[in-house]
Design a protein around this ligand. Sequence first.
Ligand code: G1P
Length: 290
Amino acid sequence: MTKKIRKVVIPVAGRGTRFLPATKVIPKEMLPIVDKPLIDYAFEEAISAGIETFIFITGKDKSVITDYFDKSIELEAFLRDKGKHEAIDSIIKILPDSGSIVSIRQREPLGLGHAVLCAQDIIGDEPFAVILPDELLISDPPCLKSMIESYVSLGGNLIATMKVPKNETSNYGILDIESISDDIISVNRMVEKPKTRSAPSCFANIGRYILDPVVFSNLKKQQPGVNGEIQLTDAINSFDSSVPFHAKIFKGQRFDCGSKIGFLEANLALALERPDLSDKIRSSILKLLK
Ligand code: G1P
């Protein structure tokens, strides 16, 4: 029987250089999609999957991320004085239980694998989830929840995947496929950012993982890979072949909020789905397109 997935690692140490100058003083994870910061979507996805402990791997100037998930006594008092009850609700409903947020500083940006390794002592010897918050995934049930449902029978390592255009494969971890059955792919290995012509498929890793804790021993031995970084992909490939490796095909909307276009598209798409904004944003778009 598989163990319950109780903990998630959310790496947020990146410098967000693609969003400069905005990210000179604001972490990119705090940039808003409609009226919530990007990080909130990852957090809600984790909550809906039953996660109890949220481990942020942070870097310099990222403390506002943990502040965001903390109680703001002063702001609540201010809003109460002004009678702004809806606004109070909006800041209270995001508050996690005391003790459920852990923040770990990654001293140097040595890669995603290294960021995950920083969480080893907090995770211990149990399987855990990883969410890359740049990848905003909207679906019902949410991606991680539906992965956990499959993980119960699959065990091992499981990631989420989606097909991407061939000419974009070099931006992702790409799956070398053994077989496909419905929405579950049995994976031979994953190739991190392959050259387009040598991509083994068009199925990309879209930033959701459920991992066996043995990944930490693999990461400790891992040499730098693509871009000179310690790659999580390489540590997953280093598992013994007796450990199953699957990918679940994601069915829903995906926005790559690490890119400007993906970020803007997410804002439009989610605004179009909001009852309070939908009509107005629709007519704004039509007006702009004239
Ligand atoms: C990371 C992973 C890659 C994955 C991607 C998804 O790459 O290493 O396997 O496909 O996220 O966005 P990054 O975009 O951090 O370079």
